[in-house]
Design a protein around this ligand. Sequence first.
Ligand code: AMP
Ligand code: MG
Length: 518
Amino acid sequence: MNLTIRETFTKELPSDNNLENSRRQVYEAVFSFVNPKKTSSPKVIHVSDEMLESLGISTAESKTDFFRDVFTGNVIYPNTKPFAMCYGGHQFGSWAGQLGDGRAINLFEIEHQNKNWHLQLKGAGETPYSRNADGLAVLRSSIREYLCSEAMFHLGIPTTRALSLSLSGDPVLRDVMYNGNPAYEKGAIVTRVAASFLRFGNYEIFASRNDKKYLKILVDFTIKHHFPHLGNPSKETYIQFFNEVAARTLTLIIHWQRVGFVHGVMNTDNMSILGLTIDYGPYGWLEGFDFGWTPNTTDRQHKRYRYGNQPNIGLWNLYQLANALFPLIEEAAPLEAILEEYKTNFESQSLQMMKTKLGLFSSDENDQKLIQNLEDTLQLTETDMTIFFRLLSDFSSEKNGFELIQEAFYDVENITENIKSKWQNWFEIYANRLQNESISTFERKRKMDAFNPKYVLRNYMAQLAIDSANLKDYSLIDELFQLLKKPYDEQPKYQKWFAKRPEWARDKVGCSMLSCSS
Ligand code: AMP
Ligand code: MG
């Protein structure tokens, strides 16, 4: 394995002078050098072939002990110095102070085919930022992150990637539901990959400490390496930088809304400066279409991070980033204008996204109403979002729409006459609206199917893979991994995964509700 190591981050940014791996507040530094913990019997259980290729690692190399040891933290790749980043964050609406990479350790940065990648281990032991936790991760949450981050990539959604999933061989104690029943689980390590793991919280931490000098160093670095088209640092460049982060954040959240992904913990420390989906924790996928749904049990009461609130939270988080960047700009008006624009862009992009889901490409002043009516109707009885939109592409005016989408209802027996007539009414308006479209039914179906995925990582599917992995059977991880490479394709051999959540999974932990414990 011969990697082209680059050291832009560690060479250009200030590091913590203290080299001791002790938990503490770290000032005037962007990161601290720290080595991963050695594990007792590391074992790689899955590798992403696409990621191998993107990084220039061969399949044969991925089967070596050296690969296993590097990507479980047992051997340090020659001439590299692992590190953990210092960041803060607003958690559930309040400033939480210093957080940082508490269980993520960045191994190195490499260049391949003109792209720079950071490789990082999640679950490789404690760092100065581990606070009162152990720096480890369990197999359950590692499988969820590994599968979902690669699945998101194939859905065409900006995300951090995953190279490998490994067992550490060490047990990890977790109280899954925070109810006083801790138990040992298998420890695991995911190698995550991204152009950058910088978060809103990396900038907020300096602003919170009135540390304008280090704030500027980090912002200038970010622009130089990740937004080079914006030009040399200046007040105007900083405004444009914020503008681009806002635009990327909105694009990301529109994608989430399109496929029914609920992140679950949209704290500012989990918001990527590049607009990537980052930190897969208690995320979930909508089964029944429901704006009020959140998978995260920790958020059960206020549902701050519910599906329908994600766009608002994106804006709230951008306000925090605007506050953090303010010392470099010293003028509120341009930042406020960008935040205002987020709102209007959300309206137009959201409408555009919903129209595409419905196969509507011409304009009609009543589209907003048609969509509102659909969203209300979808919530009358539990209706599977993914299945509904996928079946809808087969609709044409000769067909009975209500019958076409039957499969999407969870409780078919109890559909009342009232619900049925509301659906019939909606389909009548939809059929009329389709008359104004100039594309053929065939072409409409093609476009809709390329936009509405057939297969997503339903919560119960991940849980089945976890249950069998706990019994040392990793075949389902691979099956789901392969399935989710082509989420928009028909894939008849995997038809069984185009199905509603089974009843046994309705209230099972891991299937419909998840805690932050990972
Ligand atoms: P999360 O909610 O997973 O995004 O984590 C929030 C903060 O807690 C981050 O600073 C994490 O690094 C830290 N953290 C979460 N789990 C652990 C753990 N097991 N050990 C150390 N730090 C952790
Ligand atoms: Mg996090």
